[in-house]
Design a protein around this ligand. Structure first.
Ligand code: NAG
Ligand code: NAG
Length: 617
């Protein structure tokens, strides 16, 4: 620090000290390290206004760093995403990676970013990505920094293709516009898993003081160690994408029209290109949403999962253009929503997975006519997603495996299975995250969009809609109807007590044997690692002591999972009726599912006794 700056700081602090020693120290640290005039000004004005509590919230705790990396609002403070916290986090990343990879200096790191920005703190995903690159470059680590925004799956894809040690994507996906995030991929291209996260956090805590060159955002322009992987990766990605294309002829002749929304994010040019690879005419873009807009001006929230309300412009345009199918990628294009016209039907993640799973299997069989057994073929889903693929797998003879919730588990599973010579042809999570094939060990909205288009065109040629085919799948394999909801519980000891009661329901270590009047035939407790359906009573899922999750399978085909949310004070419940083929009285299945779900909540959670707040609807 120059003497001038020091005396400036001291002058500021002696005039504006808050009187709280802990907060004052944190303010001093912030002002010593932060060089972004806008975030400095934010802290200064909070000090001037005497907002001690707000200062404490922003400065006296650090954002947690988990397997999902960082996710928080942009703004000044150690608890927010900004230049300084990204520099600190990247310094910690460097420290950890350098320990782990002796060849870090040759393997390098991939850095990508989305289109988020917040003017008030001079923060944009691009700037944060450049600072991330600068920190690594000043330690002589080669950096593959994309020269423009890219879909999130491009980063893990690049990590794999370039043999990089790791990848970082600056994105907050479909979060509100105030937020940003920092997603970390390991050298296998999957998101990091424990204990990397805890180790990285420790390294961050040991590296909080910015190195002299960490603020040099110009470094990526001048350093010979920086390269731009955009062209090569885009080319390789599109080339490999064609391996998911099975009916190019039909695609080029289809009379179906498609509308695509990018939700103000990165998707437009990449989805257009993907359609070209498949031989389709360009999908019609929603003009108001095709270019990046960090304000997400035309949607109440940038999450296509919200359904019809946020898809309004897309559906209107599709009606006007006579386009039957709408595909909408979320702002960082790793997830996909689909709607089909016939009175608009917006598919749930579970329904779309039934269609995509069927489709990927159908094409795999068509392209492997010599294979009569599917020992090496896998599909994956998270435990809280529909069991429809499990049902199809049992009938068709391929493998289905569940992972814990979160696509990082799927990504790592794909890497393991691939290493063992297996082929994962489709994976999904119910929150509209899909992966067709296994090009990228992460969900991918770009490939899913164009695969859905091909499936729709193929079905159209057979005089079928997506919705009719979904019915056919359910008629063949049995209807799968699911419900998801939650209750709020603001008292962690109560949550603990509720789950402890479930584990000692009919006596010590005895789980309930009835729910809604039906026998419980299987109990799987991911928190303790118990599964009464395994020969050794041990669950094959990794044990997750830090969160609660218990799954009950009922005699009548209903599967129910109770689970705490890692980040919110909620107990979530997921129920699904997996009916056998032939039972197609949907309204009575729905009625029964509703009744059993209500009984599950009443009997196992005791909302009145435990003061649980139901979800407001
Ligand atoms: C976003 O909205 C703010 C406030 O309305 C406005 O000042 C800013 O120019 C907008 N930014 C962009 C990129 O449209
Ligand atoms: C296509 O389906 C419609 C309605 O489902 C039916 O009326 C029509 O005859 C079918 N056409 C062909 C060629 O199968």
């Amino acid at each position: 620090l120059t003497n001038n700056l020091k005396s400036d700081l001291n002058a500021n602090l002696c005039c504006h000290a808050t009187g709280d020693p802990q907060v004052d120290t944190a303010v001093y640290q912030w002002m010593t390290w932060d060089r972004n005039p806008q975030t400095r000004a934010q802290i200064e004005s909070l000090v001037k206004a005497g907002h001690v509590e707000e200062l404490r919230r922003r400065l006296c705790s650090r954002m947690s760093f988990g397997t999902a990396g960082l996710r928080a609002a942009m703004g000044a403070g150690f608890a927010r995403i900004n230049d300084l916290t990204i520099i600190q986090s990247t310094q910690g990343m460097y420290k950890y990676l350098a320990k782990f990879f002796p060849d870090l200096g040759s393997r390098g790191l991939v850095v990508g970013y989305d289109t988020r920005a917040q003017e008030t703190c001079g923060c944009s995903s691009e700037r944060l990505a450049r600072l991330t690159a600068a920190v690594m470059l000043c330690k002589d680590v080669p950096v593959y920094l994309f020269s423009t925004y890219v879909p999130t799956p491009f980063v893990p894809y690049a990590v794999k293709k370039l043999g990089a040690a790791a990848g970082i994507m600056v994105t907050a996906s479909h979060n509100p516009k105030e937020d940003n995030g920092y997603k970390v991929y390991w050298n296998n291209g999957a998101q990091i898993s424990s204990p990397h996260d805890k180790e990285i956090l420790r390294c961050i805590e040991e590296s909080v003081e910015p190195w002299p060159d960490s603020w040099n955002e110009k470094l990526p322009d001048s350093s010979a160690l920086r390269s731009d992987p955009l062209q090569e990766i885009c080319h390789l990605y599109m080339e490999e994408l064609s391996s998911l294309c099975f009916h190019r002829e039909l695609n080029s002749k289809t009379s179906l029209k498609f509308v695509h929304s990018s939700f103000h994010g990165v998707g437009h040019r990449y989805v257009q290109q993907a359609f070209k690879v498949f031989g389709f005419p360009q999908p019609i873009p929603v003009p108001e949403q095709k270019d990046p807009d960090p304000n997400f001006s035309t949607v109440s929230c940038p999450n296509p999962e919200e359904g019809e309300s946020v898809l309004e412009l897309s559906l209107q345009l599709a009606e006007k253009e006579g386009a039957r199918v709408v595909v909408a990628t979320d702002p960082d294009a790793d997830r996909l929503a689909v709607a089909e016209q016939c009175k608009w039907k917006v598919f749930t993640g579970n329904e779309l997975a039934a269609l995509l799973g069927w489709w990927m299997l159908y094409n795999w069989k068509e392209t492997h006519p010599e294979v009569t057994e599917f020992k090496k073929v896998y599909m994956l889903a998270t435990t809280v997603s529909s069991k429809i693929l499990q049902t199809i797998a049992r009938t068709e003879g391929f493998h289905f495996e569940e992972t814990l919730p979160g696509f990082k588990w799927i990504g790592n599973k794909i890497c393991d299975l691939t290493k063992m010579g297996h082929e994962v042809i489709f994976s999904f999570e119910e929150s509209i995250g899909f992966l067709c094939g296994s090009m990228v060990p992460d969900k991918d909205g770009v490939s899913a969009a164009v695969v859905v288009a091909e499936m729709a065109a193929y079905l159209e040629n057979k005089n079928l809609t997506l919705n009719q085919q979904l019915k056919n799948i359910y008629e063949t394999y049995g209807y799968h109807i699911s419900k998801t909801s939650y209750v709020i519980c603001n008292d962690p000891p109560t949550v603990k007590r509720i789950f402890s009661r479930l584990r000692n329901f009919g006596g010590e270590n005895l789980y309930p044997i009835l729910c809604g009047g039906y026998n419980i035939v299987q109990v799987r407790d991911a928190t303790t690692g118990y599964d009464n359906n395994q020969p050794d009573q041990k669950s094959v899922l990794p044990v997750t002591k830090s969160s609660q999750m218990v799954t009950f399978t009922l005699q009548n085909g209903i599967v129910a999972t109770l689970r705490t949310s890692g980040t919110e004070p909620k107990i979530k419940y997921y129920t699904e009726f997996c009916a056998p083929p032939g039972e197609s009285d949907i309204s009575s299945l729905e009625e029964e599912l509703k009744r059993v779900t209500a009984a599950l909540v009443e009997e196992f959670l005791e909302p009145d006794k435990n003061n649980l707040i139901p979800r407001s609807v």
